[in-house]
Write a protein that binds this ligand. Structure first.
Ligand code: GUN
Length: 292
């Protein structure tokens, strides 16, 4: 039987509806809208698209959006001063500094300057520490969405399941592994230096791939009946669609893998749409937490 194609668009719409409902409840209780500040430095076209989408989705969900666009030449002091002012602003519940920053700016310094209770990317060391310690905090948006998808497929308790996460970034791989561990899965954290990767993937009941290499995971790497979550977004040239055209490919060879898997996310239309929805959930959660 071919795998269930997990519909990320529908899943994200459901997450957005939940965020909008929580935003209405917050407004009724606090007498103001939950607010998200997005900081974009420079004019990277991909970041511009992401930021526009974040701003629109935030407003559509009934939240306030504060957009701060700074020129490419912005100095570190100026960026840190903006973060400080957003930390101090009571109308701002969530702060997101869009990455990557221009090369002359230190991303770590900027991100770590964010008040952990407003850190809706979940990237501060405080939130990373809270996650590892099992304390309430803010979890990065993309792993949060994947965790919700996996638990919808398999139930909340993953006892006895083997989960393999390929990738170990702070933004995705590490928090993803922690979330699966919290659901009692047995977790293997693989990465670019892992040996004999296909042998490991073939054991995985849950396979989460975030490596940024188009169709690296082949069909015969997938355990029959596995749930496969493809986090890769690889833009590759597609001359067959016309000159200069591109298309998106995941990290998993979808058609092959779908023959073995029980359920699998496509690219596009899988994990991607859930990321911004996760940001909304984190913002409204931060707002409720700050309001006590
Ligand atoms: N750039 C690409 N993805 C992200 C993200 O999730 N958060 C931030 N801050 N920047 C990004």
């Amino acid at each position: 039987m071919p795998a269930e194609r997990i519909d990320g668009k529908a899943f994200a719409a459901d997450m957005r509806a939940k965020a909008a409902e929580a935003a209405r409840a917050f407004e009724a209780q606090a007498g103001r809208r939950a607010g998200l500040a997005v900081v974009l430095v420079g004019d990277d076209p991909a970041s511009d698209v992401y930021v526009r989408s974040k701003v629109k989705t935030t407003m559509d969900a009934g939240m306030e959006s504060f957009e701060h666009r700074l020129p490419e030449t912005t100095g570190e002091d100026e960026l840190l001063a903006l973060v400080d002012s957003l930390n101090a602003d009571d109308k701002v519940d969530g702060i997101l500094v869009q990455l990557p920053l221009p090369r002359h700016l230190d991303s770590d310094r900027a991100v770590q300057r964010i008040d952990p209770d407003k850190d809706v990317d979940g990237l501060t060391v405080v939130n990373a520490g809270r996650l590892i310690s099992g304390l309430p905090g803010i979890v990065p948006c993309t792993p949060m969405g994947c965790d919700l998808m996996i638990s919808q497929q398999l139930g909340g308790d993953l006892s006895g399941k083997l989960a393999l996460v390929i990738g170990r970034s702070n933004l995705f791989g590490k928090p993803m592994g922690q979330l699966l561990l919290q659901r009692n899965a047995t977790v293997i954290q693989a990465h670019s230096r892992t040996a004999d990767l296909p042998d490991l993937t073939r054991m995985a009941d849950i396979l989460v791939v975030a490596v940024g290499r188009p169709e690296m995971v082949k069909g015969d790497w997938v355990k029959p009946g596995a749930v496969v979550i493809d986090v890769g977004i690889n833009r590759i040239p597609a001359p067959e669609r016309g000159e200069g055209k591109t298309r998106l490919l995941g990290d998993v060879a979808y058609e092959e893998a779908a023959k073995a898997a029980a359920a699998i996310t496509p690219v596009p239309g899988g994990v991607g749409p859930t990321t911004v929805a996760g940001l909304l959930l984190n913002t409204v959660k931060a707002a409720h937490r700050r309001a006590g």
